[in-house]
Design a protein around this ligand. Structure first.
Ligand code: NAP
Length: 248
């Protein structure tokens, strides 16, 4: 695997799965992280191996530091780290701010914000030329919610993705001379299982009329943007956030 190892968090399903498969198709060995659905993660690994690639499934909650260390230790066993796709993220049931529980808020921020920053820390420790690394790329998963605010649904989720946007810009500047490019992708309404976890499994069909292109996006359409940002075609791009939302 001459292209190096890519860690994809939350890669058992949805956008992360699409990113993992596409990264493998571009010659990367892939760490397929998941938290609960081992069968789905194993299926991603099997698909990569069937295509002649190399991958390993690693169970781990990105909100827990020991788990994050284990995810990156697994990457070290595969080879040189070349990239991180910081994809794992959760929403919660539709709710107004005056109904949010403390537990909901701490879970959301721990996974979406702290988890992403912890993973980025581990990636920088391995890829930065300041640490003896050979450089690499990080792509963070934001959301159009960061801009829209998601009122009456999940303003906490929107705020967590706003944090991802700010972190993307800050980290990009911090490591710009250390061989690491850091960017983010801001998906709109993408057809994955995340909407079921928000209590609205048919959310994409229900809201597609508000999307200028009048359809939801696919996980593959997001993965294309992610893998382009990671590629040499994007060699002068850092601190940038690409919106993949059908115009929303
Ligand atoms: P999804 O279909 O619900 O898949 C979530 C993935 O993340 C699964 O692989 C899941 O693993 C994993 N995961 C959940 N919590 C985790 C944790 N604490 N640690 C590690 N992995 C964890 O979600 P998706 O729609 O593909 O979303 C992926 C990312 O895109 C998220 O950051 C989301 O906020 C963002 N996004 C999605 C949309 C959309 O419309 N779908 C729009 C904008 C942004 P298990 O299978 O083991 O549960």
């Amino acid at each position: 695997m001459s292209e190096g190892v890519v860690v994809v968090t939350g890669a058992s399903r949805g956008i992360g799965r699409a990113c993992a498969l596409m990264a493998a198709a571009r010659g990367h060995a892939v760490v397929v992280n998941y938290t609960a659905n081992q069968a789905a993660a194993d299926a991603v690994v099997a698909a990569i191996e069937a295509g002649g690639g190399k991958a390993v499934a690693v169970k781990g909650d990105v909100a827990l530091e020991p788990d994050v260390l284990a995810i990156f230790a697994a990457a070290d066993r595969l080879g040189r780290l070349a990239g991180l796709i910081n994809n794992a993220g959760v929403v919660d049931l539709k709710s107004r701010v005056d109904q949010f529980s403390f537990e909901r808020l701490t879970r959301m921020m721990a996974i979406n914000v702290v988890g992403s920053i912890l993973c980025a820390r581990e990636a920088v420790r391995r890829m930065s030329t300041a640490h003896g690394g050979q450089g690499g790329t990080i792509v963070n998963m934001s959301s159009v919610a960061a801009v829209l605010g998601s009122p009456n649904e999940f303003a906490d989720y929107a705020a967590s993705k706003g944090a991802i946007d700010s972190f993307t810009v800050g980290l990009a500047k911090e490591v710009a001379t250390e061989g690491i490019r850091v960017n983010a992708v801001r998906p709109g309404m993408i057809d994955t299982e995340i909407h079921a976890s928000a209590g609205v499994p048919d959310r994409v069909a229900r809201f597609q009329d508000v999307i200028p292109m009048k359809r939801g996006g696919t996980a593959d359409e997001v993965a294309q943007a992610v893998l382009w940002l990671m590629s040499e075609d994007a060699s002068y791009i850092t601190g940038t956030i690409i919106t993949v939302s059908g115009g929303r």
